[in-house]
Write a protein that binds this ligand. Structure first.
Ligand SMILES: CC(C)(COP(=O)(O)OP(=O)(O)OC[C@H]1O[C@@H](n2cnc3c(N)ncnc32)[C@H](O)[C@@H]1OP(=O)(O)O)[C@@H](O)C(=O)NCCC(=O)NCCS
Length: 166
């Protein structure tokens, strides 16, 4: 069974190790997550979550409120959205359906708040595997957008398309 739990400073070593894995670098080449600093704080516009499979950490989900996130990465966006980052740490855990389960848990967490209208993700244009992954889950591509040096597609999952898995 997969669960999501808050990341803690004790996850630092694992997060730094996962950041060095080639498939993680390829999906997000320029990002410095500054884990040493960020694991010590919990701003109310963000959740940093570790996915565990039967007690074994396998990946990361970050959920932010893009309108309130302090660097304004998403620019001028409406209230009541969420934006998600997701990755699996070990290459040997890819392609086994874990990411799908993690994202369904994350979407359920987002839409559990009645005000949340939609969830955004921003894969690199080059990350075609992630595009298939998001489309299969029910995300729809809404725009191509440059974030700094990163050429990305923005995908959206609207509440009206959300059917909780029972
Ligand atoms: C994107 C990511 C989170 C998807 O997670 P995942 O666990 O690999 O995804 P899934 O296993 O649920 O689905 C991916 C593939 O596995 C297949 N799959 C799904 N369930 C499966 C199962 N139970 N057994 C075997 N294969 C399965 C799917 O058909 C899919 O194949 P396809 O994309 O070639 O059609 C993961 O690939 C990842 O961490 N990538 C690197 C980081 C990244 O790109 N993050 C997104 C940045 S925006």
């Amino acid at each position: 069974m997969i669960i999501l739990r808050p990341a803690t400073p004790e996850d630092l070593g694992l997060l730094l190790y996962w950041d060095e894995q080639p498939h993680v670098i390829a999906s997000d080449p320029d990002d410095d997550w500054e884990w040493e600093k960020e694991l010590d704080r919990s701003p109310d516009w963000r959740e940093q979550l570790i996915a565990e499979l039967d007690g074994r950490p396998i990946g990361v989900i970050q959920i932010i409120d893009p309108a309130r996130e302090e660097t304004h990465y998403w620019g001028d966006v409406p209230a009541n959205l969420r934006a998600i980052d997701i990755w699996i740490g070990e290459a040997s855990d890819l392609g086994k359906g874990y990411g799908t389960q993690m994202m369904q848990l994350a979407l359920a967490r987002c839409f559990a708040k009645p005000a949340v209208t939609a969830v955004l993700v921003d894969p690199l244009v080059s990350n075609t595997q992630a595009h298939r992954f998001y489309e299969r889950l029910g995300f729809r591509q809404i725009e191509r957008r440059q974030f700094g040096d990163d050429d990305c597609f923005v995908y959206q999952f609207r509440r009206t398309d959300w059917q909780p898995v029972v």
